[in-house]
Design a protein around this ligand. Structure first.
Ligand code: SF4
Length: 739
């Protein structure tokens, strides 16, 4: 029997409810991989799924839920066929069913559902048990590396994606002389990768040569590593070249064997290196030439560093398997690296610091004058204006050609001169303005078609806060060639939804990619997702009346939830407007402030733990902030999450430019979804995902926004956030009944 439902293409799950072990589709119920009903072998799929919806979509129905499946595409007709499934509606359940959900919640999962199918999991899988969904993901990873393709996987929390992605890829890499790049956006993701590889090695009895590496500055044990980044980079480069770094005198060759003997994390590589007076980063890079797995940052292969890194390692991209963890962060990370800004203040400081260099001062004065002239003419005291890239760069070049003082020079020479002066006169305690100007001008020289260049004066701040900035709109320009050249790539995240969108944005060829969404392994009955459709943050409907209703609904619903409730708003401004109407709230109020430090945010978590037992707190925070994305609310710290509104990005030149660029590139509808709707929906997914962090957590999620009933938004919600409508009950009654 195959792993996928022959009717809707979903992954089949093991089902034990009838006493036997058998496959069941989470959407269509007991059907097999050929689409036949398991309870009734004579079932004819064609007759059962005869409903048709307009256009090129077929409607099929199972378990009372209606889905639309792309017409004419057999889910398994091609290994690279997309299997996107769009929900067209919310599910309706009856009140008594909700009561049953409550009873089921106290039952334990059947432990035999965790039994491992050893033949499929492979030789290296490190655990005795395989989790629901994990096996399917692992099989997809294996198929992907075997075929040399790409897997875009929306893998919910709890599936165990690290082990399932690493075991088949490492097996393939060792057998075929390849290297696995396990790439993350944060160093905090590295320890779990190291632990998993240790387990894989123990389990298989195979030596897996692994190197864990982070940035030079983080690994450097010298005092200069405390300096600002550009200063550190500059000094490190200079001192390693001229021999004045005491740790760069000795090559790390003698250490490499020792580093690769065990699976060492970055701290241990540091300890070993420092004990021999060797630069830790150099040791790690040298060891990486012989490694099977390199755990590193996205930047290694998704920035301008790629060619330098690969040639330094002596590694061909075509022999590299990439695993991109938390891959939903990749587009923004690439964009961030390709973007820069230069405040007018820095230009002026650079002019002041360029003492002695009269022509440098003169040229910097001319650039300042030119920028101020445009700003005064076009902006006044606030606002943004897009600049023509070619014209602006040629105007700047013209400044250097003037030759009134010190003779004419070109832009490249000017940049070198700034760097030279900076080298001689920089103050080590701070970012050097001369270097910042050089860096920005250098960036201007490599602007691509997908960059926008603009001047900006933030609202109410006046011309002194003027900035010149450029921003990349198309991460695919950097990631596309990397994916094209690699052997295969696994992109995984709990919020890679819809996966096809990430494939498009990152420039991954449709022919080589498969897109998968796996069901959450946590019991569905542990979460109740509701929609409050009388509330909206739509701009035209904002006002005291709407804020009052929102406040009343929050108080009324939160009162039915035992424990803590988090309410996430689209902005601080709406948060404060609604806060005025939280009259009679039975819970202790905790409010996130824009200026909160990291320590203060940690204190919020401590407070939630303390207050949880005594009636609970009502925490007000914003979507996109660290309380809605970075925090793991362990041990059922949140029993309720209320999402208020749709957090669309406020209008800005950059947002408009991105929308227009994507509409041109992907067509109007997809362009709007990718540039405008998805970023807002992702913030909702992140915030809602704070509620259920483990198998035993239980929570209610209320989506307070009428627009979320529309299919164009609803389709971005994965299965585990599928809202239900409880017949014959108010939201308050449903919430009370659930608990
Ligand atoms: S070469 Fe290594 S030890 Fe020396 S400054 Fe650079 S990172 Fe630090």
């Amino acid at each position: 029997m195959g792993n996928f439902c022959g009717r809707c293409g979903s992954l089949l799950r093991w089902d034990f409810s009838s006493g036997d072990r058998r496959r069941k589709c989470p959407r269509c119920g007991p059907v097999d991989s050929e689409g036949k009903n398991i309870d009734n072998p004579r079932d004819n799929v064609g007759e059962r799924s005869s409903g048709r919806s307009p256009g090129n979509m077929n409607a099929i129905s199972g378990s009372g839920i209606t889905y639309k499946v792309r017409k004419g595409v057999s889910p398994r007709s091609s290994p690279y066929a997309s299997r996107s499934i769009y929900r067209s509606n919310t599910t309706t359940i009856k009140g008594p069913e909700l009561r049953s959900m409550n009873e089921w919640a106290s039952q334990k999962e059947d432990p035999s559902s965790m039994n491992k199918d050893w033949s499929r999991a492979g030789k290296m899988f490190p655990f005795e048990r395989i989790r629901p969904g994990q096996e399917e993901f692992l099989i997809d990873v294996r198929e992907t590396v075997d075929r040399g393709g790409f897997l875009l996987a929306n893998v919910p929390t709890g599936i165990g994606k690290t082990a399932a992605s690493l075991s088949p890829t490492i097996e393939h890499a060792i057998e075929n002389g390849m290297m696995v790049f396990f790439m993350t956006s944060k160093q905090s993701q590295h320890p779990i990768v190291i632990d998993t590889i240790r387990n894989l090695s123990k389990r298989s009895g195979k030596r897996i040569k692994t190197v864990d590496i982070v940035s030079k500055q983080s690994m450097c044990p010298r005092e200069i590593s405390r300096l600002p980044h550009t200063t550190f980079s500059f000094l490190c480069k200079q001192q390693s070249k001229d021999g004045s770094c005491p740790l760069y005198k000795q090559p790390p060759a003698s250490l490499i064997r020792e580093v690769l003997e065990d699976i060492n994390d970055v701290d241990r590589i540091g300890e070993l290196s420092i004990s021999r007076n060797i630069c830790p980063h150099r040791t790690a890079l040298e060891a990486a030439k012989e490694t099977d797995v390199l755990i590193c940052d996205f930047n290694y292969l998704f920035s301008d560093l790629k060619d330098t890194i690969l040639s330094g390692l002596g590694q061909e991209l075509s022999d590299s398997i990439l695993i991109v963890d938390e891959a939903h962060n990749l587009p923004d990370r690439i964009r961030g690296h390709q973007s820069k800004e230069l405040p007018l203040r820095v230009l002026e400081e650079a002019k002041e610091r360029a003492f002695g260099g009269k022509h440098i001062k003169h040229h910097l004065s001319r650039i300042i004058e030119m920028v101020l002239n445009i700003a005064r003419k076009e902006l006044g005291d606030e606002g943004e204006i897009e600049l023509d890239k070619r014209l602006f760069v040629s105007d700047i070049r013209a400044v250097f050609q003037e030759g009134s003082i010190g003779g004419s020079l070109d832009m490249e020479m000017f940049i070198e001169m700034l760097e030279d002066i900076s080298k001689k006169r920089r103050s080590p305690e701070e970012e050097d303005p001369l270097m910042m100007v050089a860096d920005f001008l250098d960036g201007l020289l490599s602007l691509k078609r997908s960059h926008i260049l603009y001047l900006k004066i933030p609202d109410g701040k006046g011309i002194d806060s003027l900035k010149i900035a450029f921003r990349n709109l198309d991460p695919g320009e950097i990631s596309g060639p990397t994916f094209k050249g690699c052997h295969s790539a696994i992109l995984m995240s709990g919020t890679l939804s819809p996966p096809s969108m990430f494939g498009d944005i990152l420039g991954m060829s449709k022919e080589r990619r498969i897109e998968r969404e796996y069901p959450s392994p946590f019991p569905r009955k542990n979460r109740l997702v509701l929609i409050e459709d009388k509330i909206t943050t739509a701009y035209k409907r904002r006002g005291a009346e709407m804020y009052r209703s929102t406040g009343e609904r929050i108080v009324s619903l939160a009162g039915r939830v035992p424990g803590n409730v988090a309410v996430f708003f689209p902005s601080y401004s709406i948060l404060h407007d609604v806060k005025e109407y939280l009259w009679g709230c039975p819970k202790h109020l905790i409010v996130e402030e824009r200026s909160m430090s990291r320590t203060e945010k940690e204190r919020v978590i401590t407070d939630l733990k303390r207050i949880k037992q005594s009636g609970g707190a009502l925490m007000l925070a914003v979507m996109g902030g660290s309380l809605s994305e970075g925090v793991d609310y362990k041990d059922n710290l949140l029993s309720g999450v209320i999402i208020v509104g749709l957090p669309f990005a406020p209008p800005s030149l950059e947002v408009q430019a991105l929308r227009s660029y994507f509409r041109t590139k992907f067509g109007y509808t997809l362009g709007e979804e990718y540039s405008y709707i998805y970023p807002a929906m992702n913030k909702i997914l992140q915030a809602a995902g704070r509620s259920i962090r483990s198998e035993s957590d239980r929570a209610v999620v209320v989506l307070m926004e009428e627009r979320l009933k529309q299919p164009r938004y609803l389709k971005f919600l994965p299965d585990d956030l599928r809202p239900v409508k409880v017949e014959g009950m108010t939201l308050e009654q449903a919430t009370s009944t659930f608990f």
